[in-house]
Ligand binder design. Structure first.
Ligand SMILES: *[C@@H]1O[C@H](CO)[C@@H](O)[C@H](O)[C@H]1NC(C)=O
Ligand SMILES: *[C@@H]1O[C@H](CO)[C@@H](O)[C@H](O)[C@H]1NC(C)=O
Ligand SMILES: *[C@@H]1O[C@H](CO)[C@@H](O)[C@H](O)[C@H]1NC(C)=O
Length: 393
């Protein structure tokens, strides 16, 4: 069994390399940029590890549900009649470019339904166009899959492999040497600022999980969910991150916490209960998920390091609500080919993390804040809130 799966992986890797070469050719060929023949194309990688800036901040742009398809030929959904005539996927591209220019994020997290498979004729081309602005801006980015990404020419495994090979992507298919459900389960660590004592230490964790597409369990209908194998891996990743902290004398001395953020596409059933709680933002549609409870909330709470979960999937919800000390925040619909509500602007979420200022150097994380921006003339900023503050504990 080991041999055949190794062979399968080898063939798949080869296929993806060939696909990516041909997609790059066709994409750039279309833009009339000559492609030098026979030169192997090497992935451009960002400087790693990810780290905080000199000013003690690390800013994440969350892009939820772009639903990208064929570019200029793809019509917008749920825009006003006057907007409809001049609206396509290019408006999604334009919004992403404007967000990058205005917020100058250090990292972009694409939380699924990046492409809308059933409107796309070539998944590779749709992805090149969808993630294009992040690659152009040379910003490290990571993506996970939603429930629509795999509906055109690539399987979920092929999509994640392809995404992991794109320029400036820090996405991974799955942790090496583990048997795990889904594709796109990985963790990233962010180091302290250059010039600080924590330059070589992880001060923030980012966990990415594949929430699947549809239920594969007989007798259970509806959307997919995060499985026990994924939670087992997540508990291990969190323990490893916290051990780094414990083994660092400096951290112990300064009683620093190493907080984490988690990203997945489909909400968990408990998010429904936030209807009865105080939230920041709008709760305008039913939470679309399975009612099967796989214990995600319990796991996250027991880990203790996750302060916020960033979700996609329900485009008309853009709120943050808190349960058991963890914030659950929707990104709000970003893409113009995605369903939305005419007159209710497309939007994006920003998560800004700040380090604590020490006497001489930046310390660990002090505060995690979030806000959103609308795709209007001024990219209006709203719903600013603090998700976590070390001093408030
Ligand atoms: C889409 O982009 C076009 C061209 O830039 C612009 O004229 C139009 O107003 C945009 N539509 C929306 C809904 O943002
Ligand atoms: C960080 O690592 C680099 C390279 O290993 C080393 O030169 C430097 O002294 C380290 N800095 C700190 C503050 O630990
Ligand atoms: C954008 O800002 C300008 C100047 O502050 C203001 O006049 C205008 O009403 C704003 N437009 C929107 C859509 O908020």
């Amino acid at each position: 069994m080991g041999d055949s799966s190794t062979l399968r992986h080898l063939l798949l890797s080869l296929l993806v390399v060939l696909l990516s070469i041909s997609a790059v050719r066709s994409f750039f060929g279309r833009l009339m940029i000559p492609d030098p023949p026979d030169r192997p194309r090497i992935k451009r990688s960002p400087d790693l590890p990810l780290r905080f800036n000199h000013d003690g901040t690390f800013k994440i742009l969350q892009v939820a549900d772009m639903h990208y398809a064929r570019g200029i030929g793809t019509r917008c959904r749920d825009v006003t009649p006057s907007e409809f005539a001049h609206c396509s996927d290019l408006n999604t591209t334009r919004f992403l470019r404007r967000m990058i220019e205005s917020e100058k994020p250090d990292f972009i997290a694409f939380t699924g339904d990046n492409i809308f498979g059933s409107s796309s004729t070539d998944a590779a081309e749709s992805m090149f166009a969808a993630f294009g602005p992040a690659m152009e801006a040379r910003i490290p980015w990571a993506a996970i899959l939603g429930n629509h990404d795999q509906e055109s020419t690539m399987s979920r495994e092929e999509l994640m492999l392809f995404i992991s090979l794109m320029d400036y992507s820090v996405s991974q298919v799955n942790p090496p040497l583990t048997s795990i459900d889904g594709f796109g389960n990985y963790d990233l660590r962010v180091n302290g600022a250059f010039g600080s004592d924590l330059v070589n230490s992880s001060v923030l964790g980012l966990y990415f999980l594949d929430s699947g597409d549809r239920s594969t369990v007989e007798g259970v209908r509806g959307y997919g969910w995060i499985k026990e194998s994924q939670l087992a891996w997540l508990r291990g990743a969190s323990e490893a991150l916290q051990n780094v902290k414990l083994n660092n004398e400096w951290n112990t001395l300064h009683k620093c916490e190493v907080p984490a953020l988690t990203f997945f596409h489909i909400p968990i059933p408990e998010v429904r209960q936030l209807w009865f709680k105080e939230i920041v933002g709008q709760f305008q549609e039913a939470v679309a998920c399975t009612s099967f409870d796989s214990g995600v909330l319990h796991t996250l709470v027991s880990m203790g390091d996750v302060k916020a979960v960033l979700l996609g999937h329900d485009h008309l919800n853009d709120f943050c609500g808190e349960m058991d000390g963890i914030w659950f925040c929707y990104g709000g619909g970003f893409g113009y080919h995605a369903y939305g509500r005419a007159g209710w602007h497309r939007r994006a979420r920003v998560v800004n993390i700040e380090l604590k200022r020490g006497e001489k150097t930046w310390l660990g994380v002090q505060r995690i804040q979030t806000w959103k921006r609308l795709d209007d003339a001024n990219l209006t900023k709203f719903d600013e809130q603090v998700l976590w503050d070390v001093a408030a504990r």
